[in-house]
Design a protein around this ligand. Structure first.
Ligand SMILES: N[C@H](CCC[C@H](N)C(=O)O)C(=O)O
Length: 279
């Protein structure tokens, strides 16, 4: 079966998008594994289905490269908004998208007849959520001491609709994220897996971050991860609340504001190419 797709990315966090408002995608989990392969498939961090919704402009379902389904994806939701706007499904500046972690509201950034990015109301963080049972001696909301891969770290765990573990380090560029990310995944601390962010504080409104994502490994950017990093930095007193924090990632920069009642994430959404997949 031939299925049209659009390859889009947010700061290099790239997914293969299918318009399920028109088409049906069979076995999305196995398709995600097949098409995400950067040698034998199209290549990507996973796939995203843009589906009908009775409560929003559309429903986003995203699958990581290993076929596991994620509950929220910050970079992908901006691209879903772009697709809905550019294709004429929803030619409005404010677009709602239903996700497995609730309905999110996007304010689209428009250039000419196309959307180029969005500010997303991501909702407030959930501290020490049930899917991250890090109940250790001395466990605290910020900076719980743990031993992973034989080394000591202080971790801050929270959910942005998906589970995150934030680790502040003096430098992140030289880290071996493949083995470090795998150590955290295999630590036994996170039975449902976790997205781990390694964060270097550059200033009160600037962070540098690398991320090892649950189900995809190191990605060039992670929208929910950037939000988790800023919330953890505010909780640790490293950034100020309600300040626009620039989060530098390998694939570009995101702006995150941890406001009194919610978290706003602003960033780009870009089309790389379109095509047809044989599924
Ligand atoms: N790997 C994540 C989903 C993708 C999140 C990330 N790409 C983002 O932009 O938020 C999970 O399984 O929870």
């Amino acid at each position: 079966m031939q299925l049209p797709f659009v390859k889009m990315h947010g700061c290099g966090n790239d997914y293969i998008y299918f318009d399920c408002l028109k088409h049906t995608v069979p076995k999305p989990a196995s398709l995600a594994k097949q098409l995400s392969d950067r040698h034998f498939g199209i290549g990507g961090d996973g796939i995203v289905l843009i589906c009908p919704s009775s409560v929003a402009a559309a429903r986003m379902r995203m699958y990581n490269a290993d076929g596991s389904e994620g509950k929220m994806c910050g970079n992908a939701i901006r691209c879903v908004g772009k697709y809905l706007y550019d294709s004429g499904y929803c030619k409005k500046r404010q677009i709602t998208v239903e996700t497995a972690s609730g309905i999110k509201t996007l304010q689209m950034q428009i250039a000419g007849s196309r959307a180029v990015g969005a500010t997303v109301d991501m909702g407030p963080p959930v501290w020490r959520p049930e899917q991250i049972p890090v109940d250790l001696p001395g466990a605290r909301v910020v900076g719980t001491p743990v031993k992973v891969g034989g080394r000591r770290y202080e971790i801050t765990c929270l959910s942005m609709g998906n589970p995150h573990c934030v680790v502040f380090l003096p430098a992140v560029e030289q880290l071996d994220l493949v083995s470090l990310g795998r150590d955290f995944e295999r630590s036994g601390l996170f039975p449902q897996g976790v997205n781990t962010e390694f964060v270097q504080v550059l200033g009160p409104d600037q962070l540098r971050m690398r991320v090892h994502e649950r189900g995809s490994g190191e990605t060039l950017a992670c929208g929910t991860g950037a939000c988790a990093a800023v919330c953890a930095a505010v909780a640790a007193g490293l950034c100020a609340r309600n300040t626009e924090v620039q989060v530098q990632l390998r694939g570009g920069a995101l702006t995150v504001r941890y406001a009194p009642e919610t978290v706003y994430m602003t960033g780009p959404a870009e089309v790389a190419f379109t095509g047809t997949a044989e599924v």
